[in-house]
Every structure is written in C-alpha cells, then in structure tokens.
Design a protein around this ligand. Structure first.
Ligand code: SF4
Length: 230
C-alpha cells in the first residue's frame, strides 16, 4: 500500500538520530565482515532470533571454519551444532549443499556475482544483500531482514507485508546515499530498542514514528510512560 512520501528533512532526521543512537557497527553477530561467515550466519538466521543464531554460529565455527570442512562434515554433527536455530534439520542440509557448491564450483570461495549467490540453495535477496553490503562493500543495495522490515513499517517509511516489498519500497523513499547503512542501523535498533515489544520510552525516534504516535501514545496514561526502574 502507498504511504504519503515522507518529507526529506524528516527522513534525514530519522537517519541522523539512528546514527547517534547506534554508533557501533553490525555488532549483533560474529560475522566480522568476511564473506563466508556472513553467508553461513545469514542462512542460519532465517526464522530465528539473533541470540540463537549467534549461539549456532559460534558452535559451528568453533569446529568447522571453511567450506571444505562443512561440506565433508557428518550431517548429524552439523545438526547438533546448529540445534539452537529454527528448522535446523533443513538448514544443516542447506549448509552442506551450499558449501559443496562453493568447493566444487568456486574453489572454496564465495562468488562475487549477485546472480550466482542468488542461485545457491536457500539464498534469497535478504541473504544476498546482507552479504554484498557487509562483505563486499556494495552501497547500492538495502538488505531487508526482519528488523528493517518491522522498523520501516513502524516508522511509516513504508506500508508493506513482506521484506521483499519493503526492500523495493525503501529504494523509492530513501536517497541512495543512505542505502548501504540502513541495515546496520536498523538491525542494532531492532536488537536494542525497537524489539518485538518496542521500548519506545528510550527511543529518540518517538517524534517521527507513526507507530508511537498512532498506537503507543494514545494508550499512554499520563505519568505512566517512564523507564522501568532498576
Ligand atoms: S518509537 Fe517505538 S516503535 Fe517507533 S522506532 Fe522507536 S521503539 Fe520503535
């Protein structure tokens, strides 16, 4: 659904506010900006909360560090190591398939061609965009994961049903110079403040946020909306 286009001044304030609130870098995972861990970590993250993904990444990479090692590892061992993530049975098979392709077709490296990444089993635009943004430094893609989808809708930047719709809607709303950092900023915001049950009382985006203005603020009883103590 179309939303009235947000004035540019307001949009810039939102991005500057996010930058001030989250000056760190993509610190929610152990990916370290290397293509292979980012690819594997993002496959693990599908339908899974961040702490469970991080736990699985740590356990997996403590034992198997390369595509060759994962491709030749026993499936049961991979399943056991990544058991904290959703649909781990499917993901374990997928990891082995992806790693086998990396070994057999790309000499054990992650390909740098966007279409070749999309052709890997279980890899969609979210994974591809995260990989190209964080590992290959592309600035012309917006990686839309669950945090970016949720926050973009709450802020009123878009009115969409799926992350893919959000990605294409955001290209129309956000100037290109900001595309490369949107995922980084919103992932941190989604992990720390705009969680499933948003902590609006500590969010500096309240003046610009549709969800806060339309849903949270009207319910607020005067004097009751203060940070919890302790
Ligand atoms: S005001 Fe609340 S809903 Fe809006 S971005 Fe901040 S935490 Fe999220």
């Amino acid at each position: 659904m179309l939303v009235p286009k947000m004035p540019m001044r307001k949009l810039v304030r939102i991005i500057n506010t996010l930058r001030k609130m989250h000056p760190g870098k993509f610190h929610g995972t152990i990916v370290q900006y290397k293509p292979f861990p980012i690819l594997i970590g993002t496959i693990l993250s599908h339908q899974t909360q961040d702490p469970r993904t991080i736990e699985a990444e740590k356990r997996l990479f403590a034992v198997y560090k390369t595509p060759q090692q994962i491709a030749s590892a026993p499936l049961a061992r991979i399943k056991k190591l990544i058991k904290s993530v959703g649909i781990y049975n499917v993901k374990a098979k997928r990891l082995k398939q992806v790693c086998r392709i990396l070994v057999e077709k790309y000499g054990g490296k992650v390909p740098t061609d966007y279409e070749e990444i999309l052709a890997l089993p279980g890899v969609g635009r979210k994974t591809a965009n995260i990989l190209f943004t964080h590992a290959f430094g592309r600035k012309d893609l917006i990686a839309v994961d669950t945090h970016v989808h949720k926050i973009s809708n709450r802020l009123g930047l878009v009115n969409t049903k799926t992350p893919e719709q959000t990605e294409f809607a955001l290209y129309k709303v956000i100037p290109k110079r900001y595309w490369g950092e949107i995922n980084d900023l919103m992932v941190q915001h989604g992990q720390q403040i705009c969680t499933a049950k948003p902590k609006c009382y500590k969010c500096a985006l309240r003046p610009y946020c549709c969800y806060y203005q339309k849903v949270v603020k009207p319910k607020k009883i005067p004097g009751s909306f203060s940070p919890p103590k302790g």
